[in-house]
Design a protein around this ligand. Structure first.
Ligand SMILES: Cc1cc2nc3c(=O)[nH]c(=O)nc-3n(C[C@H](O)[C@H](O)[C@H](O)COP(=O)(O)OP(=O)(O)OC[C@H]3O[C@@H](n4cnc5c(N)ncnc54)[C@H](O)[C@@H]3O)c2cc1C
Length: 316
């Protein structure tokens, strides 16, 4: 099968590739088939290979929001890596596999502003747009003009362009999360030219990084926040003092439930940031899943709040 794939599509397919190294959690079994692509044309070929050979496919960008099962993925994993950026006036077009923090630096070096708030969010452009990654009440979707999407159906892979409204961006949500056959191929951002110096913009990002280092357990592998923050509603008036930007931090509920430091196998709720589950060295996906179930149960029982995972499960 591998030889046939290589011959038919001209890409470097591999078999039985461990996925732990492509996730920031450093957890996960192997992919049955694996290929790395660096541009939209090769991404389309890889998806077509999955369609023609009836393989389930899964896209990995920076692997910074993923929990891959210990059994791995019985299908084709397509890893996106790339460098393409094109500037046209206030519009910047970028391949989905570009590294997000490097892309933010690129926009600054090219004289634009707007994305500084997200300059320390790990991952790729495609991952950021799919999850409308963000911080401080802002999301990267706010700056999207349009997205070039590869739509995968039973027989073929076709290109479609969605404008910002059609992307349905909401808090950590987009149409790409709902339509699993939509793959983000390229994104056009609209950004204003900056009136500030590059040094000032970079300082802002560096200071935010320092703040993250103080709050987040960055010396251990993790997938960032395990749960979405909770949208504040009238049913939560008793927790009003915990609210900021219209939300209550999921970590606040976890901490108040007394779960900081709780460990199952090698997976531990961080002592520094209760919404981070860290891999202390030998965590399995099963350890993480058990810890997540425990958190959801305790928070539901104590506060009547249903936490929702931010981390994406794959291969379960
Ligand atoms: C230390 C740390 C800090 C973090 N801080 C933040 C933060 O402040 N704010 C925030 O929002 N997030 C944060 N995250 C989470 C994570 O960085 C973001 O969710 C990031 O945008 C995920 O991008 P990725 O490329 O790594 O996606 P991956 O983890 O590779 O994939 C995540 C999901 O997106 C899908 N996907 C990836 N690329 C594409 C594509 N091109 N088309 C369609 N689907 C695709 C995958 O199939 C998967 O379902 C943090 C993570 C870590 C580890």
């Amino acid at each position: 099968m591998l030889d046939k794939l290589k011959l038919d599509y001209g890409l470097d397919f591999r078999g039985n590739q461990s996925l732990a190294e492509f996730t920031t959690f450093k957890i996960g079994g192997p992919a049955k088939y694996f290929v790395e692509v660096g541009n939209r044309v090769d991404l389309q070929k890889a998806l077509q290979a999955a369609v023609d050979n009836k393989l389930k496919y899964f896209i990995i960008g920076g692997g910074s929001n993923l929990l891959v099962s210990d059994d791995g993925i019985d299908g084709l994993v397509i890893l996106l890596r790339g460098e393409k950026t094109e500037i046209n006036g206030s519009e910047i077009q970028v391949f989905a596999g570009n590294n997000w923090p490097k892309f933010v630096q690129f926009t600054i070096n090219s004289g634009y502003e707007g994305l500084e708030f997200s300059g320390n969010i790990p991952g790729t452009v495609g991952g950021a747009v799919r999850g409308n990654a963000g911080a401080y009440g802002k999301g990267v979707g706010d700056f999207v003009k349009e997205v070039e999407v590869l739509v995968v159906n039973d027989k073929e892979v076709s290109l479609k362009i969605l404008n910002k409204q059609e992307c349905e961006f909401e808090y950590r949500e987009s149409i790409f999360k709902k339509n699993l056959n939509y793959v983000v191929a390229e994104v056009v951002f609209t950004l204003p030219k900056t009136g500030r110096s590059k040094e000032l913009q970079q300082k802002e990002i560096a200071e935010e990084a320092k703040m993250r280092c103080g709050k987040q357990p960055l010396k251990y592998p993790s997938a960032g926040c395990s749960f979405k923050n909770v949208i504040f509603s009238d049913q939560m008036l008793q927790y009003k003092g915990w609210e900021t930007h219209g939300k209550i931090a999921a970590g606040k509920f976890i901490e108040e439930a007394g779960l900081k430091g709780k460990q199952i196998g090698g997976a531990k709720i961080s002592d520094e940031h209760a919404n981070f589950i860290v891999n202390t060295g030998n965590a399995t996906a099963s350890d993480v899943v058990q810890l997540i179930s425990l958190i959801k149960m305790k928070v539901r029982d104590e506060f009547g709040v249903q936490l929702e995972e931010e981390v994406q499960y794959v291969g379960f």
